[in-house]
Design a protein around this ligand. Sequence first.
Ligand code: NAD
Ligand code: GLY
Length: 365
Amino acid sequence: MYKLLHTLQVELGERSYPIVIGEGVLGEYELSNYVRGSQVMIVTNDVVAPLYLEQAKACFPDKTVDVVVLPDGEKHKDWQTLNLIFDALLEKQHTRKSTLVALGGGVVGDMTGFAAASYQRGVPFIQIPTTLLSQVDSSVGGKTGINHPLGKNMVGAFHQPEAVLIDTNTLHSLPPREISAGLAEVIKYGLIRDTAFLDWLEQAMDKLVGFDSEALAEAIFRSCACKADVVAQDEKENGLRATLNLGHTFGHAIETFAGYGNWLHGEAVGTGMMMAADLSAREGWISSADYDRILHIIRKANLPESPPANMTPADFMSLMAVDKKNVDGLLRLVLLRAVGKAEVTSRATEENLSATLSAFCHQKT
Ligand code: NAD
Ligand code: GLY
């Protein structure tokens, strides 16, 4: 029997949806109520399918369930792999009433959501995230898409799911490195808008990296609550939502430079948050004690604190020029006005930005 831990609601008017968090819900919690027609297409990958596919199927007892299994990995978050979803939908004659189900991490979630946004001009989908990162961030909020060789997540759509089902038991099959990557996004919420959560994370970090179920469930709940609140206020990222990208401008540059999949998204965000903190300190927004506090928690989460050894300031500048936050050629960054308060700015001085890049890049040119 499953144990229901928390239920949250993402408040978006007629597109509102629940986030159900529990232990053992996968396979036991019925999701058929969120399916309008009779057809379901589960999209997963070759790592997650052997672990959880049968349980996911059991969530739809009275539906016709088809499956498409994608190759695993960030390097497959592309057009070619996306097309495998459309191939399967057409081969199995899925109609506009069909519901797609994303079973896996953020890569499967983002691609399934994008396929749902565009198949027959839009069909519903459900998120069943199975990594910490996808449970605390990517499954909530409706950002979907794929990578382009020139930039991360550059092609996509906003498309909200019908429901998000989080089974905390799935975390126990993850490698420790994936837990750390997820913790980067968890720490992000504390840094941008919730100092009480950051205080709690500092106390709980040893338990979190040690896979403690209770601590992980609490971190997921508080992260989802934070994200749901931001998304409800600014679904399409006209302002507030951009603060969820703390560290992501530097991080996306690292991911693109390293080759998709070589650095985990959360690892790149972890280093990116250190770089954003350094720049915030140079701008006089946070103190050096604040910077040290951030460095300490990033270290405790076992996240990397500097970019690839062969990456130069010039590499950062050219890769950051294609960031989605930029407007009219102006680089916009999320910085910390204080610990617990983020702000999007284009006002960081060139001098301070280049000092940050020089401080973090071992390779100077
Ligand atoms: P991922 O999807 O690549 O999953 C990490 C690895 O774990 C993969 O090999 C996956 O197959 C495997 N895996 C998944 N669940 C598992 C389980 N329970 N046990 C064992 N292995 C498992 O990576 P991720 O960190 O989940 O997601 C990163 C992606 O999410 C990036 O593409 C990033 O851009 C995207 N993202 C999107 C948003 C958004 O708002 N849409 C937010 C943050 C990140
Ligand atoms: N992960 C950033 C966002 O959802 O807006």
